[in-house]
Design a protein around this ligand. Structure first.
Ligand code: PMP
Length: 388
């Protein structure tokens, strides 16, 4: 194989097509997909309705850049804000999750006139410079942008109290524009904060005039069993980033939603992504959203996700397994030893695609349309790989 592609230690499995919950490699080997492009796939690969919508748009042969205000963009923005929690009322066009987070940072700073963004240490928020700085995408070879502070990710109730006090101390300084966080810390190994954590964070934000910005790039559109994971805690974010499952993997499209109050102050931010909500992408995403809402795939994610979690829970009886956790279609198995890549390799061999988030944790984000039968099949492959 030619060696010209810049990459990041990617697996050499040469996938060539998908169908439903399965992927196929060049040799025709079939894999059940529990990774789905990392929280991306929703309605199943090679979905006929999706293909039809995409082809129909291709026949229109049209690209409308964002310097035209077209009704179709307006309609889609309305659809998103109507689905979204709280008072989110305006949608900015974006092409990727990183770009959506980038815009959240700009909107928070512009709307408040303050500079500092606080986030949870160890969470990935994207690869562009601002998103990488608010997140953890630096390896020491570059210096992050300034104005970003991190608090420790709490992993138990005691640590939650400590993190909340640390947050309040930082908020008191008076220079904080926003607290930006994933509702569930998916890419850090699927940590789910307790019932009290986010409501207290939100109350602190309101008390100190700090905006609450939720990065729902990985959790939006039903992935955590609710249309937005912020709903698990009844949150009303001021800013919300969407990507990944918004597209079902059929397009390169994202969005940042903001309240009217934020929008009125941030509306002058220069933003004109050439491909923002390109019609070809939009055709796919409109159909993806339609299917998720129509077929209640958020509900399916809650039910089949709970079933999958129950299937995997017995692994906790094994000495090598520390914890099995999850909500909806994001789940993780945490081991006591650094054996995650070994387990992943065994699963690949046995026809299951998943990922590791760190040397001790495997991460699963199956598609929202997964069936109970497929969930059982995947769980059995994982159990076998773990020696259960
Ligand atoms: N935020 C979160 C929580 C993510 O998981 C990711 C991608 N892994 C991003 C932002 C960045 O999205 P993208 O790769 O589409 O730029």
């Amino acid at each position: 194989m030619a060696k010209h592609l810049a990459d990041y230690g990617s697996s050499p499995i040469d996938f060539v097509r998908g169908r439903g919950s399965y992927l196929f490699d060049k040799r025709g080997k079939k894999y059940l997909d529990f990774q789905t492009g990392w929280c991306v796939e929703t309605v199943g690969w090679r979905n006929a309705e999706m293909a039809e919508a995409i082809c129909a748009q291709a026949h229109e042969g049209l690209h409308v850049p964002p310097w035209f205000r077209v009704e179709r963009h307006e309609r889609f923005a309305s659809r998103l804000v109507k689905l979204a929690p709280g008072k989110l009322n305006r949608a900015f066009r974006a092409c990727s999750g990183s770009e959506a987070v980038e815009l959240a940072i700009k909107a928070a700073r512009t709307a408040t006139g303050k500079h500092v963004i606080v986030s949870i240490d160890g969470v990935y928020h994207g690869h562009t410079y601002g998103a990488a700085s608010v997140g953890n995408a630096f390896d020491g070879s570059l210096t992050p942008c300034d104005g970003f502070l991190k608090v420790r990710m709490p992993k138990c109730q005691r640590q939650e109290m400590e993190t909340l006090s640390a947050l309040e101390e930082i908020f008191r300084r008076g220079d904080v524009a926003a607290f930006l966080s994933e509702p569930v810390w998916t890419n850090a190994g699927c940590f789910i904060p307790s019932t009290n954590f986010y409501p207290t964070v939100q109350a602190l934000c309101r008390k100190y005039g700090v905006l609450l910005a939720m990065d729902e790039v990985a959790t939006c559109m039903g992935r955590c069993g609710r249309m937005f994971a912020s709903e698990l805690w009844g949150l009303e974010p001021d800013i919300l980033c969407m990507g990944k499952s918004l597209t079902g993997g059929y397009a390169t499209l994202a969005a940042t939603l903001v309240t009217e109050q934020v929008f009125q102050k941030a509306r002058r931010i220069p933003y004109q992504p050439t491909f923002g909500w390109a019609f070809q992408d939009l055709a796919a995403v409109e159909k993806n959203v339609e299917i998720i809402v129509r077929d209640r795939l958020d509900k399916n994610a809650a039910e089949v996700g709970a079933y999958l979690l129950a299937q995997l829970k017995p692994l906790e009886a094994l000495k090598k397994v520390k914890e099995v956790r999850g909500v909806g279609m994001v789940l993780a198995v945490k081991f006591r030893l650094p054996i995650a890549s070994l387990i992943v390799a065994k699963c690949y061999r046995n026809g299951l695609v998943l990922e590791s988030t760190d040397p001790k944790t495997i991460f699963l984000s199956p598609m929202l349309s997964l069936t109970q039968k497929e969930a059982k099949m995947g769980a059995n492959i994982i159990k076998q790989a773990c020696g259960a």
